[in-house]
Structures are given as structure tokens and as C-alpha cells.
Write a protein of this length. Structure first.
Ligand SMILES: [Zn+2]
Lengths: 492, 76
């Protein structure tokens, strides 16, 4: 982690490690970003209706806590916690008005040596205040609800699933924390969808080859940085716990699960301890997914629940996912963009910024200076060969380095004035795709669209034009205008 | 009881409102793994109003695709 003398890399007075969901909710509350809804709501359809409404509010949409749920009196549901750019700015320790580009570079600054984080084990962890081992009934232990109307059941949409590599069980770096969709299938059984390219699938395969079950812990209501890292594409062998701690700048507090050697976040709200049943598949789904459509019923793995532990007054955290824009998109947007940026920049320092916020990076915009004619295509090939881009990057757009890829008006300007379709637009058919993308057919096989919307440089060339230069003092003038606006609008 | 999704007699009541208000019950089908609550919209609870696209009454559940196929057993 970079800690310079005299220069504060991050505003330490504002940046907080947030060891728990509730400490983050408190910070959101202090910043006017939390609404507690005391109105009576039914689990269906009211909870989803409010969460969708929150997702559709402006950039400053708040987290919502429901505390008056029909049939679940005394229970609470929290949603939209990572659901807006203002909430995300608060998590990043930035001014609430920080724009997306500024947040991108803050993520880039925070993301230094992710293997430098430290772990701390605590006793008497809050997440184990209550232990339920008999007559487990998930429908009664937590305020479950159907997220989208045609989902096949009640899903955990924001749970961290923890598993270990059975071939290297003591290796903390290979302990995986990932967010997978988890479906409640009866009082003490769960279904889950790990995709073959997920780390969990490796752990699964090793045990199924030996016909062995293996333990998992499913944690709900997690510290916000852990949720963020669990949703971030990290390389296998990079622990999400250690990565979260590196970002937090202090050790993340963990404890041991009761029935296994799995580590769990000490301050999470609920923990479901169970084991994967090997070599069997059961009907799971449909589930409304991030492309805005349902993914169908499939045969998926099953988890037998052995134990549920929770805080005395637990908060059930959920994430509304559906037709974008939803909390899902804000949660992962910049955390998908920054690793791609780092991977590209490692070999091509000309790269200035990457926007991979659209549907987990199905569309990616790269801003870069051009080394030589045709370099835009080189960058596109690199995007398509990154671990994440291999299947996700479907539409790859390259713009000049001085175009802000988060400013879609500027991007459209580049498309409008730079594309020579016969040279700059290419489709590569029959490439890996994302099965959830409804355009892939068969599911998982798609194509890549490359649009090079950069200004041609030698030896390529463009018709002679003269660009209109920005007035040299305009950046300073904008700063001055902002100062005056603060006086004009003191209440903001 | 009959499952509203797969129409087999494989469903049962699995839960009541935990606050003992009696406002709803939850049912679960062990064949297709569907769960539903008595207070959900009619498109969920009333058979005639359900979207046929999401019914599983015709499907042979064994034949559903599996994104994670079971790997061959390791030879001892
Ligand atoms: Zn059924």
C-alpha cells in the first residue's frame, strides 16, 4: 500500500475500513444516504418494487432498510447498499459528488498490492451470537422474498460463498470468497450456480472426482469491502479476504466457522454452514440475471445446511438484480474496469482509462493514446484476451486517450467523427461468450465487435483536418466557476 | 399438495410467518424445487394465471442442461 510522506494518498479522515455492514449503513445514514422504510410491506411484491424504484432514482439513490415486513415482524432487510455512485463515493472515502471518472482513479489508487492485506482472528464473533443447529428452517430464520416475479424461488443475491481448495486446504490464498446466486430449496437445502470459469467450480471438480463432499459457508450481510472484492474478478490464488484487507488498510476481522476450518467475516449478519453434496444435480432457477432477462431452469449443485448462526438482531442484506441499471451494475462496474485497465496498461502504457461498466463488461470502452497506425485494434485484441474479456468483452470500443470513456457524449462524438466503417469496424465470429448473454447461441458462444474510433496516426492517415483547440485556460476557468457555484448553492 | 409449477403432488407446507401472525404460509415442491408464499401475486399462486413459459409440468427434469457437468470419477 502506498503511504507517502506529507502526501495523503487517500483522505484518511474520511476513508473508513468498515468492518461490518452496519458501520457502513451508519456512515450512509450520516451522509443522508439511508432510508428506513417503516411502512408495512409484503415480502412480495413490495420489497422488489421498492428496490427497483430505488435503483431507478438518480445518482444519489439511498440504501433502503425495511423494518416492517408482513409476517417477518422484528426482521430487517437492507438493499441498494452499493446501489448508487454517491454510496460508492462514501465507501471510497470521497466527496459525495465525486464523479465516476474520479471514482475510477480512486479505485486504481486503492488497488495497489492486494496481497499485502492482513487477517485478524477474533473470538466471540458477533456473527455467532445465535447458533441454530436443530429444526433449521431458512424460511423462518430470515426474511426471504422473491426478487423477480418469475424466479424459481427465494434467492440470496448478495451472499459471499466461502470454500477451500481440498488439495491445498491450509492455503489461505486459495480460500475463495465469491458471490454466487443461491436458491433456497426447502427448509435446510440450497441450490447454487457456480459457472465453470468461477473459482468455486475448481473446488467442486476436485471433490466430485473423488466423490467427496466439502464444506461451504454462506455469509449474508457482509462488510462492504468484502462484498466488493468478492464481486471483483481476481486471479485464482488471490484471497478476497487479503485483498479486502489491503484496500481497507487494516486487518479484516475473521473468525472460524463452527463446523469446519473455513474463515468467515466476524461481523457479518448471518452465516449458513453446510456441505456440497457431490455428484448430484437438482433443478435450479429460473433467476432474473444481470442482462435483464431470466436464465432458465438448469441442473445445479445442492448444499445441505448443517447450521445457521447469526447476530442477535440480524440485518438480511439483498441486492436487486434485473433490467439495468441496478445495484449489481454499480457494485461491480468500476471493479471490473480497473483490473482491465491495469492489465492493459502493464503492456501498453499509452492506455489512459477503461470503462467496462456495462453488463459486467459486455461492452468495454478503452481510452488510449495511439502508438502507431492500427494500434486501436491491438488494444482490442488485448482486451479480448484478458481473463475477464475472453468471454465478457463482446463490444470493444477504442477511443483516443483524451476522450473520457465515462462521458458517453464524448464517446458518441468519437464514434460519430472517427469511424471509417470499412476499416474500423470488425466482427470476429464464434468466440467465447457469456451464457447469460441472450445473444450467445449456443449459450456461451458469441462474437466480438471491435470499433476503433480513434484518430488515425502514421503510417495510417486521415483526411487533413484542423481541430478546434480548447481555450488554454478553460480547466482553470472551470475550477473558478465551481468555486463561485459553491457560494451560490451553499446548501449543496 | 399439488405444486403450482410442475403440477405434481410433491409440494408441502414448509413454513409459517415466524412472527406468529399467521399472515402467510410458504410451500415447497421437492420435485422441481419451487417455493411460493400464499400472499404472493395471483400470477404465482393461481394456476390459471401463471405464465406457461415458466411452468415445468412437461419437462423431464433429468434432461435439464447442467452448466457444471459431473466429472468422471478419479481412478483409484
Ligand atoms: Zn414442482
Amino acid at each position: 500500500m502506498m503511504r507517502g510522506f506529507g502526501i495523503s494518498i487517500r483522505p484518511r479522515t474520511v476513508f473508513m475500513a468498515f468492518q461490518s455492514l452496519r458501520s457502513f449503513l451508519e456512515a450512509l445514514g450520516k451522509n443522508g444516504q439511508l432510508v428506513t422504510l417503516h411502512d408495512i410491506v409484503y415480502p412480495e411484491p413490495d420489497v422488489r418494487t421498492y428496490l427497483k424504484a430505488a435503483a431507478d432514482l438518480d445518482n444519489d439513490s439511498p440504501a433502503i432498510v425495511f423494518d416492517n415486513i408482513m409476517g417477518y415482524k422484528g426482521f430487517r432487510i437492507a438493499g441498494n447498499v452499493h446501489g448508487s455512485w454517491v454510496n460508492h463515493a462514501i465507501l471510497l472515502g470521497m466527496d459525495r459528488n465525486a464523479n465516476i471518472r474520479q471514482q475510477f482513479f480512486q479505485v486504481d489508487r486503492l488497488w495497489q498490492d492486494l496481497s499485502s492485506g492482513e487477517l485478524k482472528w477474533v473470538d466471540n464473533a458477533p456473527c455467532q451470537e445465535i447458533v441454530v443447529e436443530k429444526n433449521i428452517n431458512l424460511y423462518e430464520l430470515m426474511p426471504l422474498f422473491r426478487i423477480n416475479q418469475n424466479d424459481g424461488g427465494y434467492y440470496f443475491s448478495k451472499a459471499c460463498v466461502i470454500s477451500r481448495d481440498s488439495e491445498d486446504p491450509e492455503n489461505l490464498d486459495k480460500e475463495n470468497v465469491g458471490i454466487y446466486r443461491v436458491m433456497v430449496q426447502g427448509p435446510d437445502t440450497l441450490g447454487m450456480q457456480p459457472l465453470p470459469y468461477h473459482d468455486f467450480a475448481r473446488h467442486l471438480r476436485r471433490c466430485e472426482e473423488k466423490n467427496e463432499s466439502f464444506p461451504v459457508a454462506i455469509c449474508i450481510g457482509n462488510p462492504p469491502w468484502l462484498t466488493t472484492m468478492a464481486a471483483t474478478p481476481l486471479p485464482y490464488g488471490q484471497s478476497e479476504y487479503i485483498a479486502a484487507a489491503a484496500i481497507m488498510g487494516e486487518p479484516i476481522e475473521l473468525t472460524k466457522a463452527i463446523g469446519s476450518n473455513l474463515n468467515i467475516p466476524a461481523h457479518c449478519e448471518y452465516v449458513i454452514e453446510g456441505e456440497v453434496i457431490p455428484r448430484q444435480r437438482f433443478c435450479e432457477g429460473p433467476f432474473g440475471e444481470f442482462p435483464g432477462s431470466y436464465s432458465g431452469a438448469r441442473n445445479q449443485i445442492r448444499i445441505k445446511v448443517n447450521r445457521v448462526t447469526h447476530r442477535r438482531d440480524p440485518i438480511y442484506e439483498t441486492l436487486f438484480i434485473g433490467k439495468p441499471w441496478t445495484e449489481h451494475d454499480t457494485l461491480i462496474g468500476l471493479w471490473t474496469s480497473v483490473p482491465l485497465y491495469k492489465q492493459l496498461k502493464a503492456e501498453f502504457p499509452e492506455v489512459k482509462c477503461v470503462n467496462a461498466m456495462y453488463q459486467h463488461g459486455l461492452t468495454i470502452i478503452v481510452a488510449s493514446d495511439m502508438r502507431l497506425g492500427g494500434f486501436g485494434k491491438t488494444l482490442a485484441f488485448r482486451v479480448a484476451s484478458t481473463p475477464h474479456g475472453m468471454s465478457y468483452a463482446k463490444n470493444i470500443i477504442i477511443v483516443d486517450g483524451d476522450v473520457d470513456p465515462f462521458n458517453l457524449e464524448k464517446v458518441m462524438w468519437a464514434l460519430s467523427t472517427r469511424i471509417r466503417a470499412e476499416k474500423d469496424v470488425v466482427v470476429i465470429p464464434n468466440t467465447p461468450g457469456v451464457p447469460l448473454d441472450p445473444c450467445t447461441d449456443p449459450p456461451g458462444v458469441g462474437s466480438k465487435l471491435i470499433i476503433d474510433a480513434t484518430t488515425p496516426v502514421a503510417p495510417d492517415r486521415m483526411r487533413e483536418i484542423t481541430m478546434i483547440a480548447d481555450p488554454p485556460g478553460s480547466a482553470k476557468a472551470a475550477e473558478r466557476l465551481r468555486e463561485i457555484l459553491k457560494e451560490v448553492r451553499p446548501q449543496f | 399438495m399439488i405444486c403450482v409449477r410442475c403440477l405434481r403432488d410433491t409440494a408441502r407446507k414448509v413454513a409459517e410467518a415466524p412472527d406468529r401472525s399467521g399472515v402467510w404460509e410458504v410451500y415447497y415442491c421437492k420435485r422441481c424445487n419451487y417455493s411460493w408464499r400464499s400472499t404472493e401475486e395471483e400470477q404465482i399462486t393461481v394456476l390459471e394465471k401463471r405464465d406457461p413459459e415458466f411452468q415445468l409440468d412437461q419437462e423431464d427434469l433429468e434432461s435439464l442442461s447442467s452448466p457444471n457437468p459431473i466429472p468422471p470419477l478419479e481412478k483409484k
